[in-house]
Design a protein around this ligand. Structure first.
Ligand code: IPM
Ligand code: MG
Length: 356
């Protein structure tokens, strides 16, 4: 099994190193090959997604990804910014289905800014479409405005669109996922304003007929943002487009109090996937050895389950993580009084030890 290891920027290399240790400790002989991505790749190869990195990602069975982005690249032209690496990988590999679970671990309930009764036992899944929407829509750019009031001024513009097949395939992913969980799908859109959303909703309703055992509901994105903090446990699977999913998945992750805990998977139609923590590159804490590697370690577990067909090994990692939490080990982001504060490497040590 070939795994492309793309550590990236900021805390990426530190957290990916711990996930790699965990994979190696599992036993099976994975063929791990590393390549630069994001700002780190721009520095050595002049592009955030160099051809060699893309080639490696294409030929691998799965991709383990850290994070990209750093303020020092903020002044680069958009096509050279680190974010283009992850967007390019998603697009080139047709990784259209993004799974972002938000789970509140019982040991970490007090780390959330919400009351324990609101988030205790939370287990929701955001299914975010990843290949379409305003992220990739053309035309886009900066031009001279034709609006009578602002004629001649510079204006930025982007295009939101979704074709029916794009909505159909993410709908199937969401309904299938719900079948294996709480059998509820909430489709989030802005159908009261956007044409794109109106079509999205129509397609969701049509596809839902193929899943009579799953209950479909709809919510406008502004209301969904509110309901996520008011009564998050009312959700099971949330399916939404690229832009709304970007925003709501950060919100859902933070509900759990520990964005450093949440893995994600981005899959193509054959379940080949890219696995990354839900959090970003956190350049402010990079190199300090305090980042939480658990989201990346749990992403490696998702990789074993979804792309590599090794569910027993995935279970082993997930149990080991629960075990280290039960033992009281905490990185700074999830530390509360009475627990044991550990570094990134010590957390990796603890997980490796808990595997056996
Ligand atoms: C995410 C990130 C990316 C996105 C950025 C880095 C381009 O925020 O994975 O949620 O907007 O999709
Ligand atoms: Mg985001």
């Amino acid at each position: 099994m070939k795994i492309a290891v793309l550590p990236g920027d900021g805390i990426g290399p530190e957290i990916v190193a711990q996930a790699v240790r965990v994979l190696k400790a599992l036993g099976p002989n994975f063929d791990l090959e590393e390549a630069p991505v994001g700002g780190a790749a721009y520095d050595v190869a002049g592009h955030p997604l160099p051809p060699a990195t893309l080639e490696l990602a294409k030929k691998a069975d799965a991709i383990l990804f850290g994070a990209v982005g750093d303020w020092k690249y903020d002044t680069l032209a958009r096509e050279l910014r680190p974010e283009q690496a992850i967007l390019g990988l998603r697009k080139h590999l047709e990784l259209f289905a993004n799974f972002r679970p938000a789970i509140c671990y019982p040991e970490l309930t007090s780390a959330s800014s919400l009351k324990p009764e609101i988030i205790g036992g939370l287990d929701i899944l955001i299914v975010r479409e990843l290949n379409g929407d305003i992220y990739f829509g053309q035309p886009r750019g900066i031009r001279t405005s034709e609006l009578p009031l602002f004629k001649g001024a510079r204006e930025g513009f982007d295009t939101m669109h979704y074709s029916e097949p794009e909505v159909e395939r993410i709908a199937h992913v969401a309904f299938e996922a719900a079948r294996k969980r709480g059998k509820k799908v909430c489709s989030v859109d802005k159908a009261n304003v956007l044409e794109t959303s109106q079509l999205w909703r129509e397609v969701m309703i049509r596809i839902s007929k193929e899943y009579p055992d799953v209950e479909l509901s709809h919510m406008y994105v502004d209301n969904a943002a509110m309901q996520l903090v008011k009564a998050p446990k009312a959700f099971d699977v949330v399916v939404t487009g690229n832009l709304f999913g970007d925003i709501l998945s950060d919100e859902a992750a933070m509900l759990t109090g520990s964005i450093g805990m949440l893995p994600s998977a981005s899959l193509d139609k054959n379940n080949k996937g890219l696995y990354e923590p839900s959090h970003g590159s956190a350049p402010d804490i990079a190199g300090k050895g305090i980042a939480n590697p658990l989201a990346t370690i749990l992403s490696a577990a998702m990789m074993l389950r979804y792309s590599l067909g090794m569910p027993a090994q995935a279970d082993r990692i997930e149990k080991a993580v629960q075990n280290v939490l039960a033992q009281g080990f905490r990185t700074a982001d999830i530390y509360t009084e009475g627990t044991k504060k550990v570094s990134t490497i010590q957390m990796g040590d603890a997980v490796v030890a808990a595997l056996s």
